[in-house]
Design a protein around this ligand. Structure first.
Ligand SMILES: [Fe+2]
Ligand SMILES: [Fe+2]
Length: 266
């Protein structure tokens, strides 16, 4: 299986298995590194409604997720299980972005393949850590809303880039530094090192989202800043992303001052 869209289809539609998703993702990245992957678009795009997920974790509405105390063992487990789920869904989100939108520059597909591979690495780092507590991914319930924006934006590439990398993933840049500070206070070095690694990579994932969003807007003669606002207004579930925003990290990730001012304004 050397065609990137075939691999993507396998990951998204035939799968529902955690380990084979990880293996397929790493193999695809290695094949691309060795120039063995082809990017020929010769198969139809299947509807997003058919995407399959593992049976576990059980998904709950965010309102039903327990509150966590990061200083307790139970809190650490609950937190990292929740983050494992975010990373697991991020693998699907990267594959879906690559799979669903065709006839774009080769670099676009290579970027999202590299991101899928990094998300799989993030997931594995967290899973290894959870296993030191005899907990595996799927043992606890998880947040059920992480696919909603993908479904809502399945027919609109600019909406997808605005909502997934530039809203969902960008949120991690705002909240992760203070969580790292909490784990530092609790002297949890392993948690700090995992989260620092993830944060460094996520800045670049958001940056890729900004880069392609801006470039595709310009190509169709849309003003990127105005169109970002339009996409958030149209698709963001719950109105508008909530701050506080990490301006410094978001600027490295390709947000303009005008976009940040708009996000911060009520
Ligand atoms: Fe990640
Ligand atoms: Fe990411």
């Amino acid at each position: 299986m050397n065609n990137v869209y075939q691999v993507a289809e396998n990951c998204l539609y035939d799968n529902g298995n955690v380990d084979s998703l990880l293996t397929l993702t790493h193999q695809a990245k290695q094949k691309d590194n060795s120039h063995l992957l082809t990017f020929e678009d010769n198969s139809p795009v299947l509807a997003i409604s058919g995407v399959r997920f593992p049976d576990k974790p059980v998904l709950l509405s965010p309102r039903h997720m327990p509150k966590r105390n990061l200083g307790s063992k139970a809190g650490v487990i609950a937190f990292f299980h929740a983050i494992a789920h975010v990373e697991f869904m991020a693998i699907y989100l990267a594959w879906d972005l690559l799979y669903r939108f065709r006839s774009l520059p080769l670099q676009f597909y290579q970027d999202w393949l590299a991101i899928a591979d990094e998300e799989a690495q993030h997931f594995e780092l967290i899973r290894q850590y959870l296993r030191t507590f005899d907990v595996d991914y799927g043992d606890l319930p998880a947040h059920g809303g992480l696919w909603d924006h993908a479904v809502a934006t399945a027919d609109d590439l600019l909406a997808r880039l605005a909502l997934v990398p530039r809203c969902m993933e960008a949120r991690g840049l705002d909240v992760t530094p203070s969580i790292i500070a909490r784990f530092t206070e609790f002297r949890n070095d392993q948690a700090v090192s995992i989260l620092n690694r993830i944060l460094a990579d996520e800045i670049m994932h958001v940056e890729r989202g900004s880069y392609w969003f801006n470039r595709f807007c310009v190509e169709v003669k849309l003003n990127p800043e105005q169109h970002f606002q339009a996409m958030v207004n149209k698709y963001y579930l719950g109105g508008k992303p909530k701050g506080p925003f990490n301006r410094e990290k978001r600027k490295i990730a390709g947000f303009s001052d005008a976009e940040l001012d708009w996000l911060e304004a009520h």
